[in-house]
Design a protein around this ligand. Structure first.
Ligand SMILES: Nc1nc2c(ncn2[C@@H]2O[C@H](COP(=O)(O)OP(=O)(O)OP(=O)(O)O)[C@@H](O)[C@H]2O)c(=O)[nH]1
Length: 306
């Protein structure tokens, strides 16, 4: 029997929830948390990868709280869940297809291995479920494997993919992609790009060229620039946001591999530190394992109270 999305979400974020509740063990005992306990709480949140900004915000909020009866560990966790939900709510925004004229162009960026290609396939599948027609463009011409992988996914999903030769000009693949998607009347064009973060200059030049070509065909494009982040990288994932924001003008995030890591708190850190929309989260390798998320539910799972 196949698991539902919320089962997979619970399973995926279980380790994160266990870590945070473990780090908060024994806290409470009175109506208000003492300064020492607030320090402990803040440390526990930082150790759980929520980052200094979210940790401080949650600390400040809990300092104001008076718990009915005495705060036991569970009441503190519940309060933390509410504060996490407050942080996640404004950023939980699914990708929307709004472009007119079509296609809505989504540029997907991220370092190799972050789950970029799989995420493109999963996003395409989500759009298909909403009855949008989708096309892919293999703008990561740097490695033949990346082009091949995208082709395999496209075939599985039954959607067209525009490719060029290995080592070819990514901007020309993107040009062909937009032309083909326009001619065919596709609703969405998802563009894979190279993830060479180690060579910022080259990456920036490449993205600038892609943007220029896109802009020539459709001044509004790209409509979204989505950065794919691997949650298992913890705080390093956040540094990638800094760099890609600078070189690529990131408009939103997707966080992958939240299953099997105890570092899911980084989702909250990203929300608190950057405020960029988080379009979807990935909790597995299968095509259905990426979805927009319910901030209240995810907050409860991360806090270990769901
Ligand atoms: N567990 C888990 N694995 C994932 C998730 N998303 C992607 N993966 C796996 O991560 C690995 C890398 O994913 P790719 O999509 O190939 O990553 P990429 O960023 O395109 O990397 P390159 O192909 O090396 O450029 C694959 O084995 C995926 O199945 C996820 O949410 N959870």
């Amino acid at each position: 029997m196949s698991e539902s999305w919320s089962d997979r979400l619970f399973g995926g974020l279980r380790k994160t929830g266990e870590k945070l509740s473990g780090n908060l063990a024994g806290i409470g005992g009175q109506a208000r948390l003492s300064d020492n306990q607030l320090d402990e709480l803040e440390d526990a949140l930082i150790m759980s990868d929520l980052g200094p900004r979210a940790a401080m915000r949650i600390r400040d909020a809990l300092a104001q709280r008076s718990f009915a009866g005495n705060a036991d560990e569970h009441a503190v966790q519940e309060a933390v869940a509410e504060e996490i939900a407050d942080i996640l709510r404004p950023v939980a925004k699914p990708l929307e297809v709004t472009a007119f004229p079509r296609p809505h162009v989504v540029l997907v960026i991220g370092v190799n291995g972050s789950g970029k290609t799989t995420t493109i396939a999963k996003l395409a599948h989500l759009f298909q479920e909403d009855d949008y027609s989708v096309m892919l463009a293999a703008g990561d011409t740097f490695r033949a494997a990346a082009i091949g992988q995208l082709k395999v996914w496209a075939e599985r999903l039954g959607i067209p993919v525009i490719t060029g030769p290995e080592g070819g000009d990514p901007a020309s693949v993107v040009f062909d992609g937009v032309k083909a998607a326009t001619d065919k009347g596709s609703d969405v064009l998802i563009v894979d790009t190279a993830g060479r973060l180690q060579n910022k200059r080259e990456l920036m030049d490449e993205l600038t060229k892609i943007r220029k070509v896109l802009g020539r065909l459709n001044p509004e494009a790209p409509h979204d620039v989505v950065l794919v982040l691997d949650a298992t990288n913890g705080q390093n994932a956040l540094q990638q946001i800094d760099v890609f924001k600078e070189v690529a003008g990131v408009s939103g995030l997707v966080m992958t591999k939240l299953d099997g890591t105890a570092r899911g708190g980084v989702l909250v850190a990203a929300a608190a530190q950057y405020g960029l929309p988080i379009h979807a989260i990935g909790v597995g390798e299968k095509i259905d394992d990426l979805r927009p998320f319910d901030p209240d539910l995810v907050a409860r799972v991360i806090a270990g109270v769901a």
